[in-house]
Design a protein around this ligand. Structure first.
Ligand SMILES: C[S@@+](CC[C@H](N)C(=O)[O-])C[C@H]1O[C@@H](n2cnc3c(N)ncnc32)[C@H](O)[C@@H]1O
Length: 217
């Protein structure tokens, strides 16, 4: 088992109980995401955690395949699914790089609070590009620690990771994240930063798309 999986397994029950940091921004992101869905949408979520976002979106799409490296996270998500009696979500415990999904088969990939946790961000984004159909979108929400005070905490983050109370966190700026996304071949279709230090929300399209820049910092 990887250190990431061990960390998130240990943290899963606490994560499930933690409130959403910015409810208004979360609701807006849900709403914008739904503008890219239709009832035939095939959706993949990577790093789905305890499945809350997938469960909220399920009524708007054909199916969601929601995946996470942590077996404990997936077990909590599965518990919620059974309680909600939703039949168009499947949860799978898998690391992103081990996912076996047909290329060109997905309409929307969701990647929320995950791109700053992987040490191979460019490979992950390139993989989502391959999995998407032409015209499909990658919807992501990502803290960019390189643009906030968090960048000065790198030694503490490293120590926290070593001691097991923090996950592995990559330090990069919004600009670097956007470059990773466009270098993979995507066009940024929607971009929203709810405030300084908040998670940057990006919808990126495989293929030509309109560009809305909405920068609020
Ligand atoms: C901060 S949580 C975000 C969960 C959820 N997306 C949300 O927005 O609440 C990060 C999640 O990513 C998962 N994760 C970390 N590294 C991963 C990897 N390489 N492959 C798949 N999942 C991973 C963790 O297990 C954890 O559930």
């Amino acid at each position: 088992m990887t250190n990431q999986a061990k960390f998130w397994d240990k943290f899963a029950e606490r994560y499930a109980k933690s409130p959403i940091a910015d409810e208004a921004a979360y609701q807006k992101k849900l709403q914008i995401t739904r503008e890219y869905f239709n009832h035939d949408s095939a959706v993949l979520e990577i790093g789905c955690g305890t499945g809350s976002t997938a469960i909220l979106h399920a009524p708007h799409v054909k199916y969601i395949h929601a995946t996470d490296i942590s077996a404990k996270m997936v077990a909590i998500a599965q518990r919620k699914l059974e309680a909600e009696k939703i039949d168009n979500i499947t949860f799978e415990q898998s690391a992103i790089n081990e996912l076996k999904i047909d290329e060109g088969s997905i309409d929307v990939v969701m990647a929320h609070s995950i791109l700053h946790l992987v040490d191979n961000r460019d490979d992950v984004i390139a993989k989502t590009y391959r999995l998407l159909k032409p015209g499909g979108v990658l919807v992501s929400s990502t803290i960019c620690p390189g643009d906030s005070m968090l960048r000065f905490l790198k030694p503490i983050i490293s120590l926290g990771k070593f001691l097991g109370f923090l996950p592995s966190v990559m330090i990069f700026s919004a600009k670097a994240l956007e470059s990773s996304i466009t270098n993979a071949g995507f066009e940024i279709d929607y971009r929203w930063l709810p405030g300084k230090g908040k998670a940057l929300f990006i919808v990126a399209k495989k293929g030509p798309g309109r560009t809305i820049l909405n920068i609020n910092d």
